[in-house]
Design a protein around this ligand. Structure first.
Ligand code: DX5
Ligand code: ZN
Length: 228
């Protein structure tokens, strides 16, 4: 398995969310989007408690791992997350992201993720201020700014969050922290995110719409062009 690619020379990463892929063919779907230029693969475990939807657990994540040649970016929408960090790390996560709202001890969760050998990510729901990160920035490798209420693909981008993306970029300063945006990212919103300072764009429905590999290639190219 090649090492995760955190390549600063190619600043905008397109990270297809396999939530919108064909769940009966996840391995083939991952291979198809990677052939078509996906930089990372975004994976969305949900617990039916923190968010009103159920998706996949560590066994499914481990099963898809051999198909991911880029970076497996795992966005946990589960609470509590701490009891499952080890299982998702062993499943092969490169980036492991917890929600700031998912537990009372974010600093401990972040330390644990790094101890497990993963890059540590924090996701913020729409109403959660960036200030919750002020005292743990040195433990963070990725900030995920949600532009929808998590739980489902295909929702509308929340324009009020563009200024939060810009504020997150300012907060990051020179630190080696990725700034990821998730929810409603499509050709008409990708540019707003990139100009505000995002460098990883998650997109589910905007990548997988059409359902063929040729569609995925066109969709990823359209996102990249829009992101500039
Ligand atoms: C939703 C997930 C997203 C989802 C985005 O809670 O975190 O990653 O797949 O889907 P789109 O891009 O369709 O909004
Ligand atoms: Zn996600």
């Amino acid at each position: 398995m090649p090492a995760p690619v955190f390549d600063p020379a190619r600043p905008i990463k397109i990270a297809p969310s396999i939530l919108s892929a064909d769940f009966a063919a996840l391995g083939a779907e991952i291979q198809a989007v990677e052939r078509q230029g996906a930089d990372w693969i975004h994976v969305d475990p949900m617990d039916g408690h923190f968010v009103p939807n159920l998706t996949m657990g560590p066994n499914v994540v481990a099963a898809i791992r051999p198909h991911v040649r880029t970076v497996m970016d795992v966005h946990l929408m589960i609470a509590p997350a701490d009891p499952y960090l080890e299982a998702f790390a062993k499943a092969g996560s490169d980036v492991l992201t917890v929600h700031a709202e998912a537990g009372p001890h974010l600093d401990r969760s972040l330390q644990h993720i790094r101890e497990l050998g993963c890059k540590a990510g924090v996701a913020l729901n729409i109403t959660t201020p960036l200030s919750v990160l002020a005292h743990c920035l040195d433990r963070i490798d990725l900030i995920l700014v949600m532009t929808i209420n998590p739980g489902f693909g295909g929702q509308k981008f929340t324009h009020a969050i563009v200024s939060k993306i810009a504020d997150a970029r300012a907060m990051i300063g020179e630190r080696p922290i990725w700034l990821e945006v998730d929810g409603g990212v499509a050709p008409d919103t990708a540019g707003l995110c990139a100009r505000a300072g995002a460098d990883v764009l998650v997109a589910g429905s905007a990548v997988f719409r059409g359902g063929t590999e040729a569609d995925y290639g066109r969709n990823i190219a359209a996102l990249r062009a829009a992101a500039g």
